[in-house]
Design a protein around this ligand. Structure first.
Ligand SMILES: Nc1nc2c(ncn2[C@@H]2O[C@H](COP(=O)(O)OP(=O)(O)OP(=O)(O)O)[C@@H](O)[C@H]2O)c(=O)[nH]1
Length: 691
């Protein structure tokens, strides 16, 4: 059992690719006793990167939840991916985390994806600690990173530690609250820590930082302010208490430093997690709706983190196990027991939770348990008809937690099984992959009969292809990836369609008038109705709405999914005894298609946000190439000997960019790219499609 809920921490380690998350996680798991062997990213044997695909690529693709213990606290650690193609993975982890440690490289500092992750953490109000890693590397600069966190992320990093030296001379860290220097013994992989006096040449700086620290937090509390004025300092316990309050409020981010690779500065982060990051009791109760509210009952429900409340659990991740899917679940309230039958309110079906596990990163080390209490995270085996974002709850107290929203896919490609005998296998594999990864979609093209898979980027699709081979023993041929276009309309248009048929003396009739117009909303397709209340039966209106939505979902005139459109049902012709469901559905579907064919259509293409970081010598080359790709460069920043260029660029012009940018910069530039928005595609692309 994890112990009392106030000692539970659900945290994630998030950062830009290569900042050192996996190494830091590995050290944490080692010190916190979850593993007996220290893994090394570069040897491909780390504890969280158990997916062979990840080990091969050396990047973390799939996040996994690991349970470990540090002093009095139990920590559920969720490792999150750094690659931009997998931002949705980070987002879904953030949804279930109570706090996060954001890792920065002391050399590269704040990079494009740190911004994305930071913004998302702001959105979900996740309190954070910062860890400025890689102080041992050439070009490491602690102050620079602090400055970038302030300026570029709008953060408020408050150093609790200072580096002693840097680059080759990085020796240890100064604990500002404890007023001592800490040295980590590399022979014992950092387990033995020696405390010494702060080196003379750092004493003044350390005192100055400590004053700043104490002043900043004393301002939050009148009596602390008084003590500070009178005594010029605060007791350690008061400092920790105020730091915790300020961190939970999101006002500051306690900041740590070190070198995960050289075993320096990791245990203080763990102390920081225990001291300053929230327990499930410190975060607001979760909101949901009652899927079937009784009359006069409010549909909104909130559930607090107590075992006495009814169960509310969210499936935030599904991982394929050899025999069954393993669901990662956050229990927000109540107790989840093994052997229980629970409702999935999305499907209305009951799911059997046959086993519950606390997960060590390596699944062979998972521990089976009987129950999981409010606030905790666990793995569940048993549920079948589920997707990421589903809720599990008792049938007697149903609740539907807000589902996780995922971004639109931007790239697609056709896949075919190597042999036609594998067709069924491919279908099954695609269903299972789609369940595990909601940013991946598969569908059959109506025109060509081909199976099209879509995702968040080239690497994403490549990984999926390799997983089909590895997990499902399925060899597929793939076609060239293509941009996922969307269709929209330029101006409003309206259409009226009737269904009028007699069958063996019975007449069936319905008519529907629908307009379609450009619309910016949260979901790609909106449907509303302007039919006067009571003029037709409510059931008929419901059917018409559903039929309009379904027809709109089947795509636009060119067969691409619709986006940024609204359909308004203007009237429904209804005759008692003659209008049935079939007539209504048919009239509505035809009205949607006619309205679309009358409207002037426009094509939307995915625009990516790109950041290229390059040694300044190559900026000219890279800029010229970006111009050719019709990129709009909107930012350029000098970071030491590196220059960062920020641009927005149509994805259609970016295929194969990773090898191209390498050849432009002798392999020295790096870039990250993520979907930003959909925008009008050039008219020439549309003309080509229209033939
Ligand atoms: N010099 C130095 N190298 C480090 C340090 N921490 C990590 N590295 C190296 O940086 C590289 C990336 O480290 P990872 O831990 O895989 O980084 P990550 O952020 O998890 O990267 P992804 O999993 O790809 O998102 C590896 O080669 C590590 O050995 C450090 O403190 N100092």
């Amino acid at each position: 059992m994890p112990g009392p809920i106030e000692k539970l921490r659900n945290i994630g380690i998030v950062a830009h690719i290569d900042a050192g998350k996996t190494t830091t996680t590995e050290r944490i798991l080692y010190y916190a006793g979850a593993t007996h062997r220290m893994g090394n990213v570069d040897d491909g044997n780390t504890e969280t990167d158990f997916d062979p695909e990840e080990a091969k690529r050396g990047i973390t693709i799939y996040s996994a939840a690991v349970t470990c213990r540090w002093k009095e606290c139990t920590i559920n650690l969720i490792d999150t991916p750094g690659h931009v193609d997998f931002t949705a993975e980070v987002q879904r982890s953030l949804r279930v985390l109570d706090g996060a440690v954001v890792v920065f490289s002391a050399v590269e500092g704040v990079e494009a994806q740190s911004e994305t992750v930071w913004r998302q953490a702001d959105e979900y109000k996740v309190p954070r600690l910062c860890f400025i890693n890689k102080m041992d590397r050439i070009g490491a600069n602690f102050e620079n990173v602090l400055d970038q966190i302030r300026k570029r992320l709008g953060g408020n990093p408050l150093p609790l530690f200072l580096p002693i030296g840097s680059e080759h001379d990085f020796l240890g860290i100064v604990d500002l609250i404890g007023r001592k220097a800490l040295y980590f013994d590399s022979e014992t992989q950092g387990k033995n820590i020696t405390e010494e006096e702060i080196p003379d040449d750092l004493k003044d700086q350390a005192e100055e930082y400590r004053q700043k620290l104490v002043e900043t937090i004393a301002e939050r509390d009148e009596s602390a302010m008084e003590t500070y004025f009178e005594e010029g300092d605060l007791p350690d316990e008061t400092i920790h208490k105020l730091l915790r309050e300020a961190t939970l409020a999101g006002d500051i981010q306690p900041t740590f430093t070190g070198s995960a690779l050289d075993f320096v500065g990791v245990q203080p982060i763990l102390d920081g997690v225990n001291r300053y990051l929230p327990s499930p009791l410190d975060v607001p109760p979760v909101h949901g709706i009652n899927p079937k509210p009784k009359k006069n009952q409010s549909a909104e429900i909130t559930r607090g983190p107590s075992n006495d409340e009814p169960l509310a659990a969210l499936i935030f991740k599904i991982v394929a196990d050899k025999h069954a899917d393993l669901c990662f679940v956050r229990v927000y309230s109540g107790v989840l027991k093994s052997g229980s039958r629970l409702l999935n309110p999305r499907t209305g079906k009951k799911e059997f939770c046959s086993q519950i596990w606390h997960i060590q990163a390596d699944q062979r080390e998972k521990i089976e348990i009987d129950l999981v209490e409010a606030g905790d995270i666990c793995g569940v085996i048993g549920p079948k008809d589920i997707v990421t974002g589903d809720t599990l709850c008792p049938t007697t107290d149903p609740i539907l937690l807000e589902s996780i929203h995922f971004p639109e896919t931007v790239i697609s490609m056709a896949v075919e099984p190597d042999t036609s005998a594998d067709k069924k296998k491919l279908e099954d594999a695609l269903v299972r992959l789609g369940r595990q990864d909601p940013t991946f979609k598969a569908q059959i093209s109506e025109d060509t009969g081909q199976t099209i898979i879509s995702g968040m980027g080239e690497l994403h699709l490549e990984v999926l292809k390799e997983r089909m081979h590895r997990d499902f023993n399925l060899n597929v041929r793939v076609h060239k990836p293509r941009v996922s276009y969307r269709e929209t309309v330029k101006h409003p248009a309206e259409a009226h369609e009737e269904f009028n048929r007699s069958n063996q003396g019975e007449s069936h009739f319905a008519s529907v008038t629908v307009s379609v117009e450009p619309f910016e909303g949260e979901s790609p397709i909106h449907v509303t109705s302007r039919i006067p209340v009571g003029s037709i039966p409510a059931e008929a209106e419901k059917i018409a709405r559903e039929a309009v939505f379904e027809s709109a979902q089947s795509g636009g005139v060119l067969g691409y999914p619709l986006m940024k459109v609204r359909f308004v049902i203007l009237s429904v012709g209804y005759r008692e005894g003659e209008t049935n469901e079939e007539a209504l559905r048919s009239a509505a579907a035809h009205a949607v298609q006619s309205a679309l064919s009358k409207a002037e259509i426009a094509l939307l293409e995915p625009i990516m946000k790109l950041e290229v970081v390059t040694p300044s010598d190559f900026v000219g080359n890279i800029q010229a190439d970006l111009n050719q790709r019709h990129a709009k460069i909107f930012g350029s920043e000098i970071r030491g000997h590196l220059t960062a260029l920020q641009a927005e660029v149509p994805l259609a012009n970016m295929f194969g960019y990773s090898s191209h940018v390498r050849s432009l910069s002798q392999g020295r530039a790096s870039f990250s790219m993520e979907p930003m928005k959909y925008d009008l595609a050039p008219q020439s692309v549309l003309n080509e499609m229209l033939g």
